[in-house]
Design a protein around this ligand. Sequence first.
Ligand code: PMP
Length: 329
Amino acid sequence: MAGKDVATMEIASKVWKNGEFLDWDDARIHVMSHVVNYGSSVFEGIRCYETVKGPAVFRLKEHMQRLVNSAKIYRMDPAFGRDAFCDATIRLIKDSGLQHCYIRPLIFRGLDEAKPAFGVNPFPNPIDCYIAVWQWGKYLGEEAIENGIDVCVSSWSRITTNSMPAMAKAGANYMNSQLIKMEAILGGFSEGIALDDRGYVSEGSGENIFLVNGGKLFTPPLGASILPGITRDSVIQIAREMGIEIVETQIQRSALYLADEAFFTGTAAEITPIRSVDRITVGQGRRGEVTKRLQEEFFRIITAERPAPFGADWLTFVNAIDEKKTANA
Ligand code: PMP
């Protein structure tokens, strides 16, 4: 029940591993695991929000579906399916007592210590599945949600989809993200935007991007080198319901400077306005009207103050787990 307190972060005391609940301190791997040497992991980032009806996980099924999709692309065949990952997550949160948290499911190639294999060929290495949860605040800062952030266009290109598939949320993709993020931070920016190999806007190091022009939303298409973001999809559906037109199209770098508004979307970043790109002010240099309206609806949905667009079911209530059990008893 009691969590582990590391600095200001509260971490659940248990970690789920291959169907069992381990103590946090026992969730360790061998340094010669395949994943450590060759980056062979896929993962997810999911948020559980505090709502009037207790903690609720946002779009859990869609995240876990993306996790198993990522595993499939890399020929990983985990012993657990989407629904088992969903159930384990709810149990973990429920037992942690956390009212809101960030959820990190991970599937990776480990090491069979009885029959160790150290080569690039991943097939001899076992597939291990883990889920950890902890409390995590706003990724780009509390005030970023209101005031927006200053970003740059990265000198690093986004990985091309035929070398590292952007559809998979693979750990190794984040080496590219780290180059983008470090360059941005060292240049005095909060985040970097990567162009794709053809020079069109792709995404941030850990966020999808939207522009607002003349009241319409513009975002790179799913066919581009971007992660199919679940927040991206949520924003598109919220906008559709609000009657805002969405254009999924190639975006040139210079269009970033000329947009009326710009914002990032992501599980960690939620909807974060962008107030400047390469020190060029975007629009009024603060959160725009359309961004604000989308944020308001998004925050009302994640806290269960209003339903998801078009009658969709986006929240999994953690406390419903025991109600389900009682009903079946
Ligand atoms: N792009 C990248 C590279 C990311 O890491 C993320 C965060 N998962 C996103 C986009 C946004 O995806 P989501 O909204 O599903 O979190």
